[in-house]
Design a protein around this ligand. Structure first.
Ligand SMILES: *[C@@H]1O[C@H](CO)[C@@H](O)[C@H](O)[C@H]1NC(C)=O
Length: 370
């Protein structure tokens, strides 16, 4: 008699305590020979990731099963130009891409916009103006964020300022705050990012942008109207910070570097911020970008860009496979665990109720028999 409920309870407990799919990390391997993508974003309408290419003037979608499709192939871009930051303007169904030409190519900093509704037709390719035409150090148009009116904001990693490109493609210098060059370069900054300033950027609909700076590890809050910047006080420096993304659900922000990813939150609209978790990444993968996909899940791109730039291929052949991997913060697991306890509680209640019913049944039967 008592064995049936205990079997039921055991089955219930086992099914509850087995890790659910929500706690399994999603790993996507995708094949695209020689791609070495630096930029990554998520297209919510297409329900796929979007990655750029180091030298082939193409942009590709990657499905959550790893199926790759070329969505943009733009021979109008300078030969061997690099696609850096990517952002999707959901309201206009546009894709915005930062374009950079590394030496020995001629400089070519630009923002390209493509229409995702019409098979990737180019809407504009706007050259980004230099501050000083005499300057011989080239600009680097790196990461891109977009606001709800279709204005794009592009970081200049070489010169520490931010461009703005409106929805018609009119480009201007937007923020040249002296704060951007006021912070000391991190003591342990190595050659790979010592000269890399402003980098990852995200837009917040409350009227500001957040920007991180690779070589100082600092974060700035930049007013959307005036371009005025303030230093965000953090409990640690985000040294070698690269790409950045924001989660809509709770406003938390993730910042990626080659070695780790930081999870940050703020109680006061980013006057101050706290790193509440950090997760080590696969250093070989050379993560450069992070994005937030369906249900606020965080994904990093292992594009192995340095291998592509140096041409340091393992067997003399360009790499064919790259990865997009989900990153989970253990500090956020609490939500799921609460549900396990709630369900165990429910199971126990059900068990007691069953016992109670059985008892009643037996009492009734006893009554009938006597
Ligand atoms: C582009 O890259 C290829 C392969 O490295 C090279 O052969 C070609 O000369 C480059 N083109 C330009 C314009 O630099």
């Amino acid at each position: 008699m008592t064995s049936t409920p205990s079997i039921l309870l055991t089955v219930l407990l086992v099914s509850l305590l087995t890790p659910s799919s929500a706690t399994k990390r999603h790993v996507i391997d995708f094949r695209s020979p020689g791609l070495y993508p630096e930029g990554l974003t998520w297209d919510p309408s297409g329900q796929h990731f979007v990655v750029g290419s180091l030298h082939s003037r193409t942009i590709h979608s990657v499905s959550d099963a790893g199926v790759v499709q070329t969505i943009i192939s733009d021979p109008y871009l300078p030969e061997n130009a690099t696609i850096l930051g990517l952002a999707v303007d959901s309201s206009k169904r546009r894709l915005l891409a930062g374009i950079h030409c590394a030496p020995p190519l001629l400089p070519c900093s630009a923002l390209a916009a493509y229409d995702l509704r019409s098979g990737g037709r180019r809407i504009f390719l706007s050259p980004l103006p230099s501050l000083d035409s005499e300057d011989t150090v080239r600009d680097i148009a790196n990461d891109v964020a977009v606001d709800y009116e279709g204005n794009a904001y592009v970081t200049n990693s070489a010169k520490n300022f931010i461009w703005k490109v409106d929805r018609d493609g009119v480009a201007s210098v937007f923020s040249t705050s002296p704060l951007f060059s006021s912070q000391p370069v991190a003591a342990d900054a190595d050659a790979s990012f010592r000269d890399c300033g402003l980098n990852g950027i995200v837009y917040n609909s409350k009227g500001y942008l957040l920007v991180v700076q690779s070589n100082t590890g600092k974060m700035f809050k930049v007013d959307e109207e005036t371009g005025t910047a303030r230093l965000v006080l953090l409990n640690r420096d985000l040294v070698a910070a690269d790409g950045m993304a924001r989660r809509r659900r709770d406003g938390t922000v993730v910042v990626v570097s080659q070695k780790k990813i930081w999870f940050l939150k703020s109680q006061d609209s980013w006057g101050e911020g706290v790193v509440y978790d950090e997760v080590e990444l696969d250093v070989e993968g050379f993560a450069t970008a992070v994005t937030v996909a369906g249900e606020d899940r965080v994904y990093v791109l292992y594009g192995r860009v340095m291998e592509g730039i140096m041409g340091s291929y393992k067997d003399g052949e360009a790499r064919e496979w790259f990865e997009i991997e989900e990153v989970l913060s253990e500090k956020e697991g609490g939500y799921d665990k609460v549900w396990v306890y709630v369900l165990v509680g429910l199971g126990f209640t059900y068990f007691c109720f069953w016992r109670f019913q059985m008892k009643k049944l037996i009492t009734n039967m006893d009554k009938k028999i006597t």
